[in-house]
Design a protein around this ligand. Structure first.
Ligand SMILES: Cc1cc2nc3c(=O)[nH]c(=O)nc-3n(C[C@H](O)[C@H](O)[C@H](O)COP(=O)(O)OP(=O)(O)OC[C@H]3O[C@@H](n4cnc5c(N)ncnc54)[C@H](O)[C@@H]3O)c2cc1C
Length: 389
């Protein structure tokens, strides 16, 4: 007979939900149920592909602090699973001196949290990485801990370890109903009704669908983004031991990776996609977006460009201020939610840990004050949006 009662249910097994299931299962073992509407590892959400940037370099001290905890959480997963999920390549944030994303907030935040970094001018950047072609007005910050969070592999590791701890992870189990009353939460999925004490929602682009069960709707914008792998004729110059992850800190904002997972470097524009929903999105790349990325590379990283290996589409779930939501759901006893705002993968494990602490102990060591669900901007119907942070 199928078990119906669990202490904890996790709705959504993408990056954040798989992490939550893992961290919950470390204490609660078989009392954890994860429910995923599609197959595990599907590519319709936000968390697949080989690589995501991980970095300590962030625009506020609170994010730098959370990023430190993120490395610690990934480290714990690596130790327990015996699998590497983080590859340190070093990371370069670079752009014009007067850029849309000021480097100063990054350097000041790292300084405030004791994170070492180097400030480099254009000549020094090109001396270290001759792959770049820069004019004198370009400057950069280099932080050696930055690198690649191996997204698909990390998700699979969280899921495998959650199962080893006894958690049940059910795929093809879309949650279609949630009711919370008197300290219990009923969750309908795949024709069954489950009951739990604590529900964790990590639904990515489907977040408003899940929150609608509590009469809530946040001013989220889901966009269709894309990343391109290039068959560089100079592939050796872009191997991870000689080329860093990088972010162009201007508007438009571009970013890229050394060769990892495919046979060439990867590059993309951040938040450059059209507004969609998880239902209306396509899997077709936008040729204009591809052209922008190629033009940018031709100008600043010409050796990276070659024939397209392929372009993958993916969704962002953006809050108007681009800060996460990690909080208890108001007026719903025992329900917690996390929304990643298009930059959460690097934090996936620590967000999962934080959700587990909230669900199991009602408190956490992470500072969640920037991530509340009832902050003023999330109460506006049509808030001003600023994604360049
Ligand atoms: C192109 C791209 C590049 C990015 N680059 C970076 C980067 O370099 N660094 C970084 O840190 N972050 C990056 N991000 C952001 C990061 O990947 C996301 O913030 C993170 O993966 C969000 O994970 P999630 O678990 O919230 O969402 P998802 O992975 O989408 O997971 C949500 C899951 O919930 C399931 N679900 C939803 N509703 C239901 C339901 N009713 N019932 C059952 N299951 C349900 C979905 O099927 C899905 O599997 C990038 C994102 C994209 C798209």
């Amino acid at each position: 007979m199928t078990r119906r009662d669990y202490d904890y249910i996790v709705l959504g097994l993408g990056g954040l939900g798989s992490a939550a299931a893992y961290w919950l299962s470390r204490e609660a073992g078989a009392d954890v149920l994860g429910l995923e509407q599609f197959e595990l590892g599907h590519a319709r959400g936000e968390s697949q592909d080989h690589s995501r940037i991980i970095r300590l370099s962030y625009h506020t001290p609170a994010y730098v602090e959370l990023a430190k905890q993120a490395y610690a959480a990934w480290d714990a997963l690596e130790k327990e699973s015996g699998e590497q999920v983080i590859l340190r390549t070093g990371g370069l944030d670079l752009g014009p001196r007067a850029s849309a994303i000021p480097l100063e907030s990054y350097s000041e935040s790292m300084r405030a949290r004791g994170v070492p970094f180097e400030h480099l001018d254009a000549a020094e950047i090109m001396h270290r990485w001759p792959q770049f072609r820069l004019t004198d007005d370009i400057q950069g910050l280099y932080q050696e801990q930055s690198g690649i969070a191996m997204a698909a592999r990390a998700n699979a590791a969280h899921q495998r370890m959650a199962r080893e701890h006894g958690a049940v992870l059910s795929d093809r189990a879309p949650v279609t109903g949630i009711r919370s009353a008197a300290g219990e939460v009923d969750v309908e999925a795949g024709g069954r009704t489950y009951r739990c004490h604590r529900l964790v929602i990590a639904a990515g682009p489907w977040s408003n669908g899940a929150l609608a069960h509590f009469g809530l709707e946040l001013p989220l914008e889901v966009t269709q983004e894309q990343v391109t792998y290039f068959a560089s004729p100079r592939k050796r110059d872009f191997l991870p031991d000689r080329f860093p992850v990088w972010i162009w800190m201007d508007d438009p904002c571009y970013y890229g990776f050394p060769v990892f997972g495919e046979d060439g470097p990867k590059a993309a524009q951040d938040a450059g996609g059209r507004r969609v929903t998880a239902e209306t999105r396509s899997f077709e790349p936008d040729p204009e977006n591809s052209r922008r990325v190629r033009d940018f590379l031709m100008r600043y990283l010409p050796g990276a460009v070659g024939p397209e290996i392929h372009t993958k589409t993916c969704l962002y779930t953006l809050t108007p201020d681009r800060d996460f939501v990690i909080d208890a759901v108001p007026q719903a006893d025992g329900v917690f939610v996390a929304i990643g705002a298009g930059h959460a993968f690097k934090f996936a494990s620590v967000i999962g840990k934080t959700l587990a602490e909230l669900a199991q102990r009602g408190q956490t060591e992470a500072d969640l004050s920037p991530f509340t669900i009832d902050r003023p901007i999330l109460k506006e119907k049509d808030p001003p949006r600023s994604y360049m942070v």
